[in-house]
Design a protein around this ligand. Structure first.
Ligand SMILES: [Ca+2]
Ligand SMILES: [Ca+2]
Length: 209
């Protein structure tokens, strides 16, 4: 059994204890407190046997204990969003204070992508955000990844002149915004070679959010 965090790192230790009175049909998992926002993936089996020695058969065919008979589930953990401070810069992410990954960042893998911190050619300071395979390894060939920054802008409702400003460098990059993390509006799509950093500035108050 393996429990992965959103950076595709296995969490250790994970202790498994039967729920009292369940007849060993329910189990509690105990693991260190997690702070990273995003999808946690749990894989169980297939070499888990019932009392009669039958291994798992998650795909329901005639053979037990195959690689395809393991169970995989995903749980989404969303701790608090980042809060804004006094202006003129309401929120600034410099990536200089990782680790740990702040709980307002999350990552998704598609399938081996992900995000993480990189010291590879940051525009400013020692760190930048990297989207790539296995937690930001941009050397691992073709891959994709998504990082989500959750910022609470409820104090800025009705405000004008609200901007999102950032520097990016890479092959193909898309930036989307959402006010509910369900429906997303693409505000930027860039295709081109890694010709160095380019600064972008988007006026959020003109997006209809
Ligand atoms: Ca099977
Ligand atoms: Ca930096």
């Amino acid at each position: 059994m393996v429990l992965y965090n959103p950076l595709r790192t296995a969490i250790t230790p994970v202790l498994v204890t039967p729920v009292g009175g369940s007849g060993n049909t329910q189990f509690n998992l105990t693991f260190p407190d997690q702070t990273i926002r995003g999808d946690y993936q749990l894989t169980v089996g297939p070499s888990v046997a019932d009392a009669a020695g039958h291994f798992m058969n998650q795909n329901g065919n005639s053979a037990n204990g195959e690689a395809a008979d393991s169970y995989t589930g995903v749980m989404t953990f969303a701790p608090a969003a980042a809060q804004t401070g006094p202006g003129p810069i309401l929120f600034e992410e410099t990536f200089e204070n990782w680790p740990p990954v702040p709980p307002h960042w999350s990552f998704q893998s598609t399938p081996y992508g992900g995000g993480g911190l990189s010291s590879w050619s940051p525009r400013r300071g020692a760190n930048c955000l990297a989207l790539g395979a296995n937690g930001g390894d941009t050397s691992a060939g073709s891959h994709s990844g998504m990082a989500v920054l959750a910022v609470d802008l409820s104090r800025q409702i009705g405000q004008t002149n609200l901007f999102l400003e950032f520097w990016i460098s890479g092959w193909v990059l898309a930036v989307e915004v959402s006010n509910d993390a369900q429906s997303w509006q693409q505000i930027l799509s860039v295709a081109g070679g890694p010709n160095g950093y380019i600064q972008y500035r988007v006026e959020l108050t003109k997006l209809g959010h």
